[in-house]
Design a protein around this ligand. Structure first.
Ligand code: SAM
Length: 378
């Protein structure tokens, strides 16, 4: 599978926890950015035509004006045979997913929408500086379903500042009531240099302790699997046949191209990142084209292991042997301890996290990084 990721680094309001490449921008800056992005698409047209999946993420793609959003979808259709894509996802925010945006998505062949809900609790939405309220989610979903876009995923976060188990349980009830095809449910990561980091550091807010966050995660797994969702990746739950194909490109360490500011790609055994600053990306792409890509050291064996273990099915050990001519436990002897501790297991020729391992995945990742003896290229 080959994936195309397109980054739209604009938001209407900045969430306190977010560390992704994004900013609030004037319409002229957004249009200049799109010009550069369209130029990057033209430069990579021979790669784009091989796309099996397209994912427009952000930032917030729906923060574009209707005209810019339509122009983006139209431009994609110039280079990608949209009708033959296996999946075409757009990320959207409840406040900017208008009826017109839903119409445009349907018109240009979008098959899946990922909606950033985060929480249904208006007090927490205010606390993390979201620009929508619970009622906006229902309105946005009504636009999607009115246009036949019923394959949607909801992004949810837990472990929010001051969030109690009781409050989260109520949230979970509200999410499940929507019966989405897919849920991506993330534990809040406190990123450096974010407003939330500052608030926590200065005692202005507190985060729930690790045990409470683990209890929330346990409840999520229990409630979603009881409701018939497949827990197929650490943070991802899908109805049968509704797993995210594009995200599986990343987890299976397949090839993908990333377009736009701060986007990452993995092509021809090389990994790169585009310039993160919108201004520098916009100017750089027009002046120097793909020479602006920043290539960085890439060890396929690490990525295959760490990304693959995110999936509940885990890593196919026969495929791993064929690709790297070794076994994960031979190559990373530290993993044996996590096997003995019951964090990973081998089942049907697959290496996978156990139920217990889901809660201690970081301990497993640490052992996959213990890599002093790595030879160049693997
Ligand atoms: C970059 S955001 C873009 C999506 C959309 N604009 C939004 O936020 O509603 C993608 C998802 O990453 C998750 N995310 C962002 N920052 C996070 C953090 N610090 N910790 C955990 N999850 C985070 C959120 O669930 C979010 O929906």
């Amino acid at each position: 599978m080959f994936g195309t990721y397109i980054h739209i680094p604009f938001c209407e309001k900045l969430c306190t926890y977010c560390d992704f490449a994004k900013e609030i921008a004037k319409p002229e800056k957004k249009r200049a950015y799109l010009e550069a992005l369209f130029y990057e698409m033209a430069l990579t047209h021979s790669t784009l035509k091989h796309s099996d999946t397209v994912y427009i993420g952000g930032g917030t793609p729906t923060a574009l004006s209707d005209a810019d959003f339509a122009a983006l979808l139209k431009e994609i259709a110039r280079y990608v045979d949209v009708a033959s894509l296996k999946e075409f996802t757009v990320e959207a925010n409840p406040s900017s997913l208008t009826a017109e945006k839903a119409r445009l998505m349907k018109l240009y062949g979008v098959t899946r929408v990922s909606l950033g809900v985060q929480t249904f609790n208006d007090a927490y939405l205010t606390l993390i500086n979201r620009d929508h309220r619970q009622a906006d989610v229902l309105t946005a979903l009504s636009h999607l379903t009115a246009h036949g876009l019923d394959n949607f995923s909801l992004d949810i976060m837990f472990g929010l500042p001051t969030q109690t188990m009781q409050a989260f349980e109520k949230d979970l009830d509200a999410f499940l009531e929507i019966k989405a095809a897919h849920y991506s449910i993330y534990a809040l990561i406190l990123e450096d240099h974010t407003k939330l980091h500052h608030q926590i550091k200065h005692g202005l807010l507190t985060l729930p302790d690790d045990d409470s966050v683990a209890d929330m995660y346990g409840l999520i797994i229990q409630r979603l699997t009881d409701a018939g969702y497949e827990h197929y990746e650490i943070s991802s739950f899908a109805r049968p046949s509704k797993r995210s194909l594009h995200n599986q490109v990343y987890w299976r360490n397949d090839r993908y191209i990333g377009l736009g500011a701060g986007a990452h790609g993995r092509l021809d055994h090389r990994r790169y990142e585009n310039i993160r600053s919108v201004k520098k990306y916009t100017e750089g792409m027009i002046e120097k084209g793909l020479d602006t890509r920043i290539y960085y050291a890439y060890k396929p064996i690490h990525d295959t292991l760490m990304m693959g273990l995110r999936m509940r099915d885990g890593i196919d050990l026969n495929a791993f042997q064929a690709a790297f001519n070794t076994h994960p436990l031979t190559r990373f002897p530290g993993l044996k301890k996590t096997l003995d501790d019951g964090l990973i297991r081998i089942q049907n020729d697959h290496l996978q996290l156990t139920d217990k391992g889901l809660f201690f995945a970081n301990d497993v990742w640490m052992e996959c990084m213990d890599d002093e003896t790595t030879s160049e290229g693997i």
